[in-house]
Every structure is written in structure tokens, then in C-alpha cells.
Write a protein of this length. Sequence first.
Length: 309
Amino acid sequence: MTIAATDEAVHVRAPGKVNLFMRVGEVQSDGYHDVATAYQAVSLYEDVRAWPDDEFSVTFGGSIDTSGLPTDASNLAVRAAKLLARTAGVPGGVHLEIEKHVPIAGGMGGGSADAAATLVACDAMWGTALSKEELHALAAKLGADVPFALSGGTAIGTGRGDRLNPALATGSFHWVLAVAEFGLSTPGVYRELDRRRREGPRLAAVEATPTVDTSVLQALRAGDPRLLADALHNDLQAAALGLAPGLGGILELGESHGALAGLVSGSGPTVAFLAEDADSALELQIALSAARLNVVHVHGPVHGARIMH
């Protein structure tokens, strides 16, 4: 069913994310892991514009190098558009123009944000009028981080990260992101984690069903960056540092220049530093820029994918 299809471009903005907390369960028979993660959507956005077209196509621009991104049917945004068209019985296609600012393969869910924004844009453009639940179900088929990019805010993700429960966060948290010049493959980081668990000393049993520590939820609810700094954790960090040892020096540098804490976001290699407030974040940004790091100051939580008028 289509309601009011449009011939104008639909512009949707979706946020990148930081994983404030990430615990990874044992590897399962299908090669996947159950995770427990706390996501926060931050003010680094992807902009997607969608035009009606006969075919499905995508072009990229923005503040980062997008030359290595696929523009064929394997692209996640194109897959999102095709999935929606198939589900809703839409005969036409779409031309997508994506302005990227979230680092590619950076552990910040940029591709997932593109897919979420595409679902919202095509839903509006084709007038498919899917419910929020139906859009979320499609998002979950596309990837673990896509449902969160739709909803935004702060949320606890379980299962593959796609089963979401909103988490109450008071106020605003300030992050300084050190963006690497290179990407890390998410499956590669998980494989390294599995290898370390197999070959390393058994320090602690891995939880079959991982959970997010209550200290994270309390810190978010209190809106207290110092409490949150103590609760930050990422099971993937050691594996990411193993594959990209230079990240260790970046973590030390940020923490020596006033960050309350730093951690690798998701599978990396973006390093997220939590600052006390906006002024501290600015000082940290200046210090890290002086060390020739590519840094950006963002705040969270922010809303998920939404149409811009």
C-alpha cells in the first residue's frame, strides 16, 4: 500500500554511535556472539537524500574519504532500499546520495546509520507507511546496529545487539573521538577475541548470556560523567589493540590530557574519550589535535534517524 509518494528528494539524518559498554559472550555454532552493549547516539551524522528512480543506485560525498566504499548491490544502504521495496511491493527504485561524516569501519556504526536513514527516507518517499515495529524488524535483518540507528538516544542492546531497551540518560555527555586513518574489520576483531580466549590463560569464565553492569545504568540515569567513566568497558578492546597496537598510545595520550576515561568504540579503531563537560572536551580536542590526531568533539545522546525539513 502506498499513500502519498513524492517526487521531491527526502532528506534523512542518522547518528553514529559510541558503545559505552560491551560484553561479548562465547562464540556460537553459527560463528556469531551474543553481546550486551550500551549504545549512545552521538552528534556525528550521516545525511541521506533519496530520489525516486527506476533503478537502485548510491553515490557518496562528505568529509571523509569514501572512495573505497562499494556502490553496487552489496552496499548496505542499497540493500536497505531493496528490502523495503520488496517488503512493501514498491515497483520503482531509488537514487541515494549519502554525505558521510562517521568514520568508515570505525566501530561507530556509520554504515548502519546509512541503512537506517535509507529505510526512513524510502518509507516517506514511497509512502509505504510501515509502522515503527515493521521498520525495526527490517532494520534487524540488515545488521545488529541498524535498529539502534533508527531509535537513537541511549539503549541497551542484547542478542546480536539488535534487541533494544531504551536506557534513561540525564543531561548530555561530551566525547572526544580520535578517528584512525585506517579501519578494522569487525569479524576480524571478533576472531582475534576468540583466539585470545582459546589460547590465553582462563582468567574468568565468559558469560553465556552477557549483561550490562548496573553501574552503567546508574551513571547514565544520574547524568554523571565521572560515574560513567568508571563503568566504561569493552571486551573487544584488547583484541582491537592486538591488531592495531598504536591505539594503546592514543588511549594513554587522551587520559594524560584530562579525559576521564577512554575506550575503543565497538570493534574499533575509533577511540572515544569521555570528558567532564564541554570546556574540558574542547581542551582535550586541542591537545590531541596538537599531537596530530584527527579528533572531533561530539555530545550524546541525540535522536535517531529522522526526516529533515
